[in-house]
Design a protein around this ligand. Structure first.
Ligand code: GAP
Length: 447
């Protein structure tokens, strides 16, 4: 796989791209800083009317390929609030820590393992000004119920994965699954990150898309390789350029406490290669730990062979919010059209917030009413926008910035020929299509 490219916008790997995308997301209603009217709140973000569609599409595309299209994966939605026993068993209470140092000169806090030079403060440049590192646990602790005793301690989950392990027995007892099979979940996770940043790349509240795949111990390596290839391909299939995507195996000293092998799918962000997803071979660590701590037998009984064994687990673990951001970065493009700069998000149609926009050439009821009726008809199959304000050129530009693959212009001729003009986002080519055929035209290209 290759390094930085000059493809697409020609701005891959530059800080300007980052600023442009962040600016666009605010201007067009993708992402807002949370609690902005109160001055914002510590690297938290709200997804606006367009962003919520984008994020939902990322999660739906993942769910579609990981659950809907597979016979061997089932879904789950586990609770976020969880008792300490889970995190004791998983190892998170002891090991889910980052080394924290304070600069005694400028009073800023840093993650020691993320510093370019562990002796130099990146904020004030002081050398040798750091305190001794302290291990800082990233889990958010809270209390369940009104009484503040030890029994009330609860944690916000720092990963969705443990929900699958603690429900392993429930799932095998109540469904028809048998190894190799997976349990998938999409949901919020929380980590008290020391240094959140780079917009929604690293936040304290974020969404994950994780799947635990339970296999016979002898087949673990083969399934690990299978899932590495599948997950890498998923990003390509959804429009990530090959030269901005790579699969990087971890060095031994990078491995998590549970992992015997991990590879990251990495995207070339404006600041360099960084992680979108980790695919880990977790061995039988989690089921063994939860069995020991809970007293439940967490194993598979193979009736035919009369054998009991603890499945090994392959885990593809992706970030939904981080992936949504990467899709935006990869899709952002600028080009000169008739002496003006056109900004366009070349998003894959499955990821694009709106699939189609209906734009009547005039606001007059004569055009607006049938255009609205067409938009309403399309809404049954596609997320559809309707816009009758401003000039048609400005409305096209707005839809280009939202990444809408198709715009439909309803003009005065439409009243006579019962046809509309369909404009494709990337080529800007236009075609005259009978109104009765519009839905099937879009379906052929997008479903
Ligand atoms: N169960 C394994 C696990 O949670 P991880 O690598 O810590 O593994 C998986 O997290 C994915 O979750 C990451 O690849 C990343 O995309 C996303 N993620 C992790 N921490 C995040 C954060 N603070 N903000 C946004 N996304 C995060």
């Amino acid at each position: 796989m290759s390094g930085p490219s000059e493809s697409g916008s020609g701005k891959v790997g530059t800080p300007e791209l980052f600023d442009k995308v962040v600016n666009l997301t605010k201007r067009r209603g993708f992402v807002y800083p949370s609690a902005e009217i109160y001055g914002g709140f510590r690297s938290t973000y709200d997804y606006g009317p367009i962003g919520v569609l984008l994020l939902r599409n990322v999660k739906d595309a993942w769910w579609r390929s990981m659950v809907q299209l597979r016979e061997d994966v089932v879904g789950l939605d586990a609770s976020i609030l969880s008792p300490p026993q889970i995190w004791e068993a998983s190892g998170h209470l002891a090991n889910f820590t980052d080394p924290l140092v304070d600069c005694t000169k400028c009073n800023t806090r840093h993650r020691l393992d993320k510093l370019d030079d562990p002796e130099v403060c990146p904020n004030c440049g002081a050398r040798g000004s750091f305190t001794e590192p302290r291990e800082f646990n990233l889990m958010f602790k809270t209390q369940a119920g009104p009484v503040q005793d030890a029994g009330a301690v609860a944690y916000l989950r720092p990963e969705t994965a443990q929900g699958m392990f603690i429900n392993f027995k429930n799932v095998i007892d109540t469904t028809r699954v048998r190894p190799p099979f997976g349990i998938a979940q999409v949901g919020k996770s929380f980590r008290n990150e020391i240094t959140p940043g780079n917009f929604v790349f690293r936040t304290r509240e974020f969404e994950q898309m994780e799947m635990e795949f339970f296999v016979h111990p002898d087949e673990a390596q083969q399934w690990y390789e299978y899932w590495c290839a599948e997950r890498y391909q998923w990003y390509l299939d959804h429009g990530m350029p090959e030269d901005q995507l790579r699969l990087r195996p971890h060095d031994d000293d990078e491995l998590s406490h549970y992992s015997s092998g991990t590879s990251d799918v990495e995207f070339l962000f404006p600041w360099g290669w960084d992680e979108l997803e980790g695919i880990a071979n977790r061995g039988n660590y989690d089921l063994t730990q939860h069995a020991a701590h809970s007293g439940e037998k967490l194993e598979w009984y193979d009736q035919a062979a009369n054998e009991r064994w603890v499945p090994h687990v392959i885990e593809p673990a992706a970030g939904a919010t981080r992936t949504a951001m990467a899709f935006l970065m990869a899709a952002y493009d600028e080009e000169e059209v008739k002496g003006e700069t056109r900004v366009v998000l070349r998003l894959h149609h499955r990821i694009a917030p709106y699939k189609v926009a209906v734009l009547p050439l005039s606001k007059k009821a004569e055009l607006a009413d049938p255009a609205r009726a067409l938009a309403q008809q399309l809404r049954g199959s596609f997320m559809t926008d309707y816009d009758e304000t401003q000039s048609i050129g400005r409305r096209y530009r707005r839809q280009d910035e939202l990444g809408t693959p198709y715009c439909i212009t309803f003009d005065f001729d439409s009243l006579e020929d019962h046809a509309v003009t369909v404009r494709e986002r990337d080529s800007m080519e236009q075609e005259r299509i009978a109104i009765a055929d519009v839905a099937s035209y879009l379906r052929e290209r997008m479903i």
